[in-house]
Design a protein around this ligand. Structure first.
Ligand code: G4P
Length: 289
């Protein structure tokens, strides 16, 4: 596999901005992709959050494998995190999010001995690109959104979004890139569409994807692409069968590029069922931040 070309140059600036802005917030809502709850987190966030209320939302939960989502919830609970599975598009659990954030802020304030009653809650939304931050903010705010740069203590150009009378949201300043340090994480981010398709060679991503679905979702994989018996170590046989069942030919030759794109589209749109790439069992023995 070719070396990954990935240099998130302005990450330090974003992290500095986050560290400054988080001081103005009561809570940090960290959004991760439920299909890759490990790879789609940026571990630097933990250092910035400090003693603020920290709520993890596993978004796009309806695209993920529900059994794995449950296991991931257990892992995060085990790390004493507040965690919810949500779907920002289908509007799943929006009320619960507000209530959970408020309860968690009150709990933390109680421990710290600071005032909690009738407090306006300011929550910062953080997450790597494409996890659903904007979609979630729009749904939480339900068109009541308005820019309020004049809240006490806030920088003039900070845009706060009003979700309700006592609940304000703030989107991540700058772009918080994922921080992956191994090929597996990069593959999982590519498969969920969180990094551009041209960062990793498409053949490698799809080769990994075929092996992954063969290992964890074999029956669905075979059924969906009408595959007869195949040898996963011989990808040519898989491409040949998909070309036949889906008519992917270019001048009577197998159109590999088209099959790759089709496969990624199918994976990302749940055509093979809910899929989770980061397997919880691979992480239960490890320290998850
Ligand atoms: P971001 O601000 O974190 O960058 O993410 P954004 O809300 O823009 O969402 C990225 C894409 O993910 C959007 O698709 C959005 O519709 C989709 N999305 C967000 N939340 C959910 C969810 O809970 N379930 C599903 N199924 N999709 C969700 P898009 O505009 O089509 O962009 P793209 O997927 O073509 O990149």
């Amino acid at each position: 596999m070719k070396q990954i070309q990935w240099f998130p140059g302005h990450m330090p600036k974003t992290l500095r901005e986050l560290a400054t802005e988080v001081k103005l917030c009561d809570a940090v809502i960290e959004i991760v992709d439920a299909r890759a709850p490990f790879s789609s987190r940026n571990p630097e966030i933990q250092n910035i959050i400090g003693d603020k209320a920290h709520i993890i939302l596993m978004n796009k939960a309806l695209l993920a494998d529900s059994k794995e989502t449950y296991k991931w919830s257990r892992i995060f609970h085990g790390q004493l995190k507040k965690v919810l599975e949500v779907d920002a598009i289908k509007d799943k659990n929006m009320i619960l999010i507000k209530n959970t954030v408020k309860t968690e802020v009150n709990r933390i304030n109680y421990i710290k001995g600071t005032r909690t009653i009738n407090q306006t809650i300011r929550a910062m939304i953080v997450g790597i690109p494409n996890v659903g931050k904007s979609t979630l903010i729009n749904n939480l705010a339900r068109k009541k959104s308005c820019a309020t740069g004049n809240m006490p203590g806030l920088t003039r150009d900070t845009v706060w979004i009003k979700a309700s009378e006592d609940f304000y949201l703030y989107d991540t300043p700058g772009v918080l890139w994922p921080k992956f340090d191994n090929e597996t994480m990069a593959m999982h981010l590519a498969l969920i569409g969180s990094i551009d398709d041209d960062i990793l060679p498409l053949d490698d991503v799809c080769g990994y994807g075929f092996a992954f679905v063969d290992k964890y979702y074999r029956r669905l994989f075979k059924e969906y692409y009408k595959l007869a018996d195949y040898d996963i170590n011989d990808l040519e046989t898989i491409y040949a069968q998909i070309a036949k069942s889906r008519g992917c030919y270019l001048k009577q030759e197998i159109d590999y590029e088209r099959i790759n794109r089709l496969f990624l589209k199918d994976l990302r749109s749940k055509k093979l069922g809910g899929i989770t790439f980061d397997r919880a069992d691979d992480h239960t023995q490890k320290k998850v931040i």
